[in-house]
Design a protein around this ligand. Structure first.
Ligand SMILES: Nc1ccn([C@@H]2O[C@H](COP(=O)(O)OP(=O)(O)OP(=O)(O)O)[C@@H](O)[C@H]2O)c(=O)n1
Ligand SMILES: C[C@](O)(CO)[C@H](O)COP(=O)(O)O
Length: 265
């Protein structure tokens, strides 16, 4: 066989199958849109802090062996005691890996800064990194695993995404709440997706994005896009919604009640 007719050697995936997976959970936000009270991640859903639901959701993946929680700036001690006080997956048949390690670091003034502070605590052996909002406490483990699998298959950046139910308009922002805003465009809905977390990354790609991109962006994949690198979607899940406004708390508790019924306890 001539050199030309030989198949090109397969490119190794960026993050091979055995690469350990770590998750960074930014949980340092105030939760202004949820209304007055404790920082959002520490508020209870059916008696358990939202953050604990989110940590359980990620640690339920047998692939995730480290969870880095980014706590409210003055809340690291409280978050550490919450993690100690609640049962977390790990070492159970069908549950997380033999052991999941937990690290807590204080967060910053913006989500971007909090994620960056979490990444500063990432040990070198983790080749795949998930970034997951504490405010998405009910993401199913199948969604977590689908993101990990896509990164391990070679995608540098992966986001769970859902089609939109609403038509979306681009407007000229009025600047004042409640003032009418001129509509400037209606993007074609079939091409739009609402993206969720966990977003998954090849380690080097995510670190480079956080070292390089300084623009205001609302998600980590957006930073990777700014580097000119590809981002792909996997199917998201309606239960991975973000708890943002008071009505979302009602929905989250209803989802938990339905899960309890389905689990038969
Ligand atoms: N300085 C910040 C701001 C946000 N986050 C985290 O980023 C995630 C997504 O942010 P969002 O839902 O907007 O939370 P908040 O910033 O708390 O909400 P709000 O904008 O209503 O204050 C949350 O898990 C939040 O804790 C963070 O770690 N550090
Ligand atoms: C990362 C995110 O959850 C993806 O939808 C979202 O962009 C976070 O936005 P927020 O305004 O910081 O809640």
């Amino acid at each position: 066989m001539s050199d030309e007719s030989r198949p090109a050697p397969a490119q190794p995936p960026l993050a091979p199958a055995k690469t350990p997976v770590a998750a960074v959970i930014p949980a340092a936000g105030r939760g202004v849109r949820l209304g007055p009270g404790a920082p959002k991640a520490l508020r209870a859903l059916n008696g358990t802090p939202m953050l604990i639901h989110a940590v359980r959701a990620l640690a339920a993946s047998r692939h995730v062996s480290l969870v880095i929680v980014v706590a409210p700036p003055d809340g690291s001690a409280e978050v550490k005691s919450l993690l100690d006080a609640h049962a977390l997956p790990g070492g159970t048949p069908g549950g997380g890996p033999a052991s999941t390690d937990f690290v807590v670091v204080p967060g910053g003034d913006s989500r971007q800064e909090s994620v960056r502070l979490g990444l500063a605590a990432l040990p070198p052996q983790y080749g795949v990194v998930l970034v997951h909002d504490a405010a998405r406490p009910l993401v199913p483990v199948d969604t977590v695993d689908a993101v990990i699998e896509a990164v391990r298959d070679g995608a540098p950046a992966v986001v769970p995404a859902l089609p939109l139910a609403d038509t979306v308009k681009e407007v000229e922002p009025a600047g004042e709440p409640g003032a009418p805003e001129p509509v400037v465009a209606t993007p074609e809905r079939a091409r739009l997706r609402a993206v969720q977390t966990p977003q998954g990354f090849d380690r080097a790609t995510l670190l480079r994005a956080h070292e390089t991109v300084t623009d205001d962006v609302t998600d980590d994949a957006g930073m990777v896009e700014k580097l000119g690198l590809p981002v792909v979607t996997v199917p998201g899940h309606e239960e991975a919604f973000k708890v943002t406004r008071p009505l979302d708390l009602v929905l989250a508790e209803a989802v938990l009640a339905r899960r309890r019924l389905n689990d038969g306890f």
